[in-house]
Design a protein around this ligand. Structure first.
Ligand code: ACO
Length: 381
């Protein structure tokens, strides 16, 4: 048998081919279908980026209009899911509710292995349209408020905030939030996308695969980090407390949430863009305190790890929590919002995989015993 190398956590392993997204972790670059993220953040929007990911190219004006109309038309969720959401225990975490509801979408629109690519593309568009509704409906329920129905006059981002908060955001907040969604839409073989691909590669259906990806995003080492980064910034409180907090964190080997990345060995380009948005909004809100805390903490970390020859920089989750908080969003919804964006990337990957499917099946390095003698239960110590 050929010699196979061992990479714990699959670090650095190339597990498949993809044309969807590429990261240069050394230069800090990220591209969706070949387009640099900075340019997309500046000139495009989440709806167009979703089209790009699902169909593989930028849309014409008519294609974009039709796509936007499809997204708007498909925002409503099946009645039985709406009714079930109203019965969920209010203490349920919104990610648990979301993962459950995504699987439930496959109860009415029952997929089959024979479904065409076009059918699954349409399902993907529906998923992108329905994720915000699923998150917002459960949010309203857990807060004891009436569900707010989608508003077809509002764009994807503004409609989500409207369903969540019961009032439409300003154009400026809607635009910023849309950019946040665009920045989170795709990121190659991260844990949730890889999970989605692994499940899809068994030829399980789109809803099951996306539901599994949603579950993987829940963890604090992945999508849950922005909530933790915000908690951390708040507990530090002020820039004067950073030195002491940092020394204690390092002494107790506490991981700084929102920092470090498996691929980026420099600042995550999305974090740079988010920091710009945060600076803008913080200044407008007349409170840059939390941003200053985050900045100083990042500087301290950079100094420390430089001396150790390591590279630990802010990732996408470092600034987003503080930004969302300034937009009036409760931290429990940060990870579901990540899912609202990433469903575009998950769907794109699953569609791509199915054009030339291959089951994922890595090996493990066995470190247990072998050839033990079975001892009858009566004779065991
Ligand atoms: N704070 C302190 N030390 C860190 C951090 C951090 N955030 N990240 C890495 N390190 C240190 C580790 O302690 C380790 O040190 P050691 O070599 O002395 O043991 C070294 O850097 C390597 O760390 P690993 O965790 O092995 O790096 P890996 O590439 O496996 O992990 C990960 C990447 C999980 C993201 C890690 O950096 C981390 O836990 N960060 C905090 C959580 C976070 O922000 N997650 C979001 C990631 S982005 C996303 O999912 C959208």
């Amino acid at each position: 048998m050929a010699e196979v190398s061992y990479a714990r956590g699959l670090a650095g392993v190339i597990a498949d081919e993809s044309k969807i997204c590429v990261i240069d972790g050394v230069k800090g670059e990220l591209y969706y279908m070949g387009y640099p993220i900075q340019e997309l953040a500046e000139k495009s929007n989440f709806t167009e980026a979703s089209y790009l990911l699902i169909y593989g190219k930028l849309p014409s004006k008519t294609q974009l209009e039709n796509f936007r109309a499809e997204l708007t038309k498909n925002r409503e969720i099946p009645k039985f899911i709406e009714e079930t959401i109203k019965k969920f225990p209010k203490k349920t975490h919104p990610m648990t509710a979301l993962q459950t509801c995504v699987a439930m979408l496959g109860m009415e629109d029952i997929p089959s292995e024979k479904d065409s690519r076009e059918t699954n593309q349409k399902r993907s568009v529906k998923l992108i349209a329905q994720f915000p509704t699923l998150v917002a409906y459960f949010a309203r329920h857990r807060e004891g408020k009436d569900i707010v129905k989608p508003n077809s006059d509002l764009c994807h981002a503004a409609n989500f905030l409207y369903m969540l908060n019961g009032e439409a955001p300003t154009d400026e907040i809607a635009k910023m939030f849309d950019t946040c969604l665009l920045l989170h839409a795709e990121h190659t073989f991260n844990a949730s996308t890889f999970t989605g691909r692994v499940v899809a590669a068994t030829l399980a259906d789109l809803y099951t695969s996306v539901s599994a990806a949603t579950g993987a995003l829940f963890g604090p080492l992945h999508g849950g980090a922005n909530e933790k980064a915000l908690e951390m910034a708040k507990s530090i409180g002020s820039v004067d407390n950073v030195d002491k907090w940092f020394d204690e964190a390092m002494a107790s080997k506490t991981k700084i949430m929102g920092m470090g990345h498996r691929v980026y060995k420099t600042i995550d380009p999305r974090a740079k863009i988010l920091k710009g948005l945060l600076l803008d909004l913080s200044k407008k809100a007349g409170n840059t305190n939390q941003l200053e805390v985050l900045d100083k903490l990042a500087e301290k970390m950079a100094e420390k790890v430089k001396a150790e020859g390591k590279e630990i920089w802010p990732n996408v989750d470092y600034f987003s929590g503080t930004l969302y908080e300034l937009m009036g969003i409760d931290s429990i919804y940060f990870t579901p919002i990540f899912a609202v964006a990433r469903v575009a990337g998950w769907s794109a990957h699953i569609l791509e995989l199915w054009t030339d499917n291959k089951l994922y099946r890595p090996k493990c390095l066995y470190t247990g015993d072998i050839d033990l003698k079975y001892v009858d239960i009566a004779d065991r110590a």
